[in-house]
Write a protein that binds this ligand. Structure first.
Ligand SMILES: Nc1ncnc2c1ncn2[C@@H]1O[C@H](COP(=O)(O)OP(=O)(O)OP(=O)(O)O)[C@@H](O)[C@H]1O
Length: 278
């Protein structure tokens, strides 16, 4: 019996096969309550196509909750989301198909799958037969699997970790695993990439390399994507972001360019202090 037909993935790839631009995201008046706790209140922000927007704020400010709203893990009580000019009611299992991909704090790779298999697993929504079918060698999966494999190798190569394709993640240094996780995100062909603390646990040198990579994401020839970045590492945020939104106690207290945020006394007072003003 044939598998049920699915809509083609909304990858944003034109007939040339080249992605033209990242997608825009607009949040308007987002509110989230957990019982009596107001986690987000009237949060509005824009991630223009081709931009890298940082969301910063002290612990508990609501950054993760905001990501969870965009991913559909948390349903807001108020507000609306627009993705690429169209209303979005995010559902976690449909996100990648819509072009939204999130990396996790830490690495979140599967144990027991090789690096290559982990990265291939990131692209199942672009596959006709699906990665599981490919794993089990089901009919009609060979061509798909070859394509997935080639894409995964290309992304590992782009991230400089193709030499580790056959290794198991748990045997690799943390910085390499972070790159593999990023390769897995990129193989999904995101048009909006949500990066959740990508610099966590990395050395200064690794962060420098990560910064160069993030800056290049909106102009990748293999597929441009806009970026929304939650990160505590202020040097990275200031270096890579075209715009920054500052949350405090679930509200937007400032937004602007890195320089504007650096010079904003309310931001310094709320949380950044000497880190930004130095
Ligand atoms: N599932 C939940 N149930 C109840 N309260 C929650 C839940 N998730 C988050 N919160 C609360 O909502 C507020 C915002 O939390 P959130 O994790 O979004 O902040 P954050 O800015 O990501 O913090 P951090 O920088 O420490 O990760 C906090 O007060 C937190 O305790």
């Amino acid at each position: 019996m044939s598998p049920p037909s699915a809509d083609p993935p909304d990858t944003g790839i034109g007939s040339t096969g080249i992605r033209n631009t990242g997608a825009s995201l607009d949040l308007s008046g987002i509110g989230v309550n957990f019982g009596g706790l107001v986690a987000l209140e009237d949060v509005s922000l824009a991630v223009p196509a081709g931009s890298v927007v940082g969301v910063i704020g002290p612990n508990g400010a609501g950054k993760t909750t905001l990501f969870n709203v965009v991913c559909g893990f948390v349903e807001p009580s108020n507000g609306s989301i627009t993705f690429d000019g169209r209303p979005l009611r995010p559902k976690p299992h449909q996100l990648a198909r819509r072009g939204i991909v999130r990396t996790l704090q830490g690495v979140g790779l599967f144990r027991g799958l090789s690096v290559l298999e982990n990265v291939m697993a990131g692209a199942t929504h672009t596959s006709d037969a699906g990665f599981l079918s490919a794993l089990f060698g089901l009919p009609r999966s060979d061509r798909d699997e070859r394509r997935l494999r080639a894409e995964a190798v290309a992304r590992l190569d782009e991230l400089g970790v193709a030499d580790h394709a056959g290794a198991y993640p748990e045997t690799l240094p943390y910085a390499v695993r972070k790159r593999v996780a990023l390769a897995r995100a990129l193989v999904a062909r995101p048009r909006l990439l949500l990066l959740d603390e990508p610099a966590g646990g990395l050395s200064a040198e690794d962060i420098e390399e990560l910064a160069a990579l993030i800056v290049g994401l909106p102009a990748r020839s293999e597929g441009a994507c806009s970026v929304m970045l939650v990160e505590h590492h202020m040097d990275l945020v200031m270096q890579v972001c075209t715009g920054i939104v500052v949350l405090d106690f679930g509200r937007v207290i400032a937004s602007g360019t890195p320089q504007e945020i650096r010079d904003n006394p309310a931001v310094a007072e709320a949380y950044l202090g000497a880190e930004v003003t130095s």
